[in-house]
Design a protein around this ligand. Structure first.
Ligand SMILES: *[C@@H]1O[C@H](CO)[C@@H](O)[C@H](O)[C@H]1NC(C)=O
Ligand SMILES: *[C@@H]1O[C@H](CO)[C@@H](O)[C@H](O)[C@H]1NC(C)=O
Ligand SMILES: *[C@@H]1O[C@H](CO)[C@@H](O)[C@H](O)[C@H]1NC(C)=O
Ligand SMILES: *[C@@H]1O[C@H](CO)[C@@H](O)[C@H](O)[C@H]1NC(C)=O
Ligand SMILES: *[C@@H]1O[C@H](CO)[C@@H](O)[C@H](O)[C@H]1NC(C)=O
Ligand SMILES: *[C@@H]1O[C@H](CO)[C@@H](O)[C@H](O)[C@H]1NC(C)=O
Ligand SMILES: CC(=O)N[C@H]1CO[C@H](CO)[C@@H](O)[C@@H]1O
Length: 287
């Protein structure tokens, strides 16, 4: 019986893609696994062993041309950190889903070394993704994430991230979905994010963000459910205008009453600075 050519082609493609992962990549991932707590009785990752083939046998690992391209261990009960994650040793990795685990510590700046997310000129079958959501990551969002200009989906929601949203994220020129919700992010939303022309989903809800919501381009399309549960975001679509005739609220009703009142002077200066920034931005924009 003749095997249809398309089937032959698919079999060849399969053999071509499901080949051996480079030994270096396997060893690096095993080193990372060795840092997990309770790794010995983690049933989902039991398949990650030295004697098996990462591309064929490992849970959550997918390869392209024998190199690890996708790692999806969502909800695999991993207790650990990313400090030993081999970012620089997995140059073909372009889909990383570590969501719903028990990962803690900070997000290392080396995350910006995921080479395949840095170059735009590769043909890819995957939606280039980093999903670290629903873990216990803390500290700042590393500015080096802005290096990943090919990234299409970034989900850091439901963690304990603090500090400002880095303005370097303006470089994520391919980003379509950005979810930073349910963290402890503070400061203003960087006005530069207005430049993200493919952004179709933005979720900044449930943080401590303040100041004027950037206006224009994609930001005109987001509804108030992108911003709910913040400390003091102003302007469309949350409130009327954020212009020069607008004055900051002096009541602290939006804050928990845990001594934040002593910050009110700082907050006033903060608003003045924010307002000046906004006016400058506007003048630059219309010129
Ligand atoms: C490890 O094994 C113990 C006993 O077999 C079990 O109670 C526990 O839930 C397991 N932990 C994980 C993370 O799988
Ligand atoms: C996460 O891990 C920590 C130990 O590192 C442990 O105390 C905590 O109970 C774990 N949480 C969950 C939901 O497994
Ligand atoms: C990885 O990233 C760090 C921090 O961004 C950088 O200093 C380092 O040079 C990078 N290493 C490689 C091998 O690219
Ligand atoms: C981000 O991840 C959370 C779960 O960790 C999920 O509920 C949410 O829908 C994701 N966001 C997007 C935009 O897909
Ligand atoms: C959010 O927007 C919807 C309409 O898009 C409106 O019905 C609702 O009242 C708004 N909620 C708040 C808190 O502004
Ligand atoms: C942001 O996340 C919250 C909570 O999951 C959800 O209610 C809201 O609809 C989301 N907003 C957008 C724009 O997806
Ligand atoms: C979170 C978790 O499952 N912790 C367990 C890790 O393993 C030790 C002993 O093997 C248990 O005591 C912990 O409860």
């Amino acid at each position: 019986m003749m095997v249809p050519q398309i089937v032959q082609f698919l079999i060849l493609l399969y053999i071509f893609t499901v080949t051996f992962a480079s030994k270096e990549e396997e060893i690096a991932l095993l080193k990372w696994k060795a840092t997990f707590k309770n790794q010995t009785n983690n049933s989902l990752l039991a398949s990650w062993t030295q004697s098996s083939n990462a591309c064929r046998d490992w849970y959550g690992v997918m390869c392209l041309n024998g190199r690890v391209s996708k790692l999806d261990i969502q909800g695999a009960h991993v207790i650990g950190t990313l400090y030993d994650f081999p970012f620089s040793i997995l140059p073909f990795l372009e889909y990383v889903d570590l969501s719903m685990n028990n990962l803690s510590g900070t997000i290392p700046p080396e995350i910006g070394n995921l080479t395949n997310l840095v170059y735009l000129d590769r043909i890819s079958t995957l939606f280039k993704t980093i999903d670290l959501s629903s873990n216990k990551f803390e500290g700042h969002i590393p500015g080096s994430l802005g290096d990943l200009i090919a990234l299409q989906v970034l989900n850091l929601s439901h963690n304990r991230l603090q500090g400002n949203i880095p303005s370097s994220l303006e470089s994520l020129s391919s980003i379509e979905s950005l979810d930073l919700s349910f963290n402890q992010l503070s400061g203003e939303i960087p006005q530069q994010l207005v430049g993200l022309r493919f952004l179709s989903l933005l979720n900044l809800s449930h943080n401590h963000l303040q100041g004027c919501i950037p206006q224009g381009h994609q930001f005109d399309t987001f509804g108030n459910n992108s911003y709910e549960g913040n400390d003091g975001l102003q302007g469309f679509p949350v409130s009327k205008g954020c212009g020069s005739n607008w004055t900051p609220k002096t009541s602290n009703s939006d804050y928990e009453s845990d001594g934040k009142e002593s910050n009110s002077e700082f907050v006033n200066d903060f608003w003045k600075a924010a307002l000046m920034g906004y006016v400058l931005e506007y003048l630059l924009y219309i010129s």
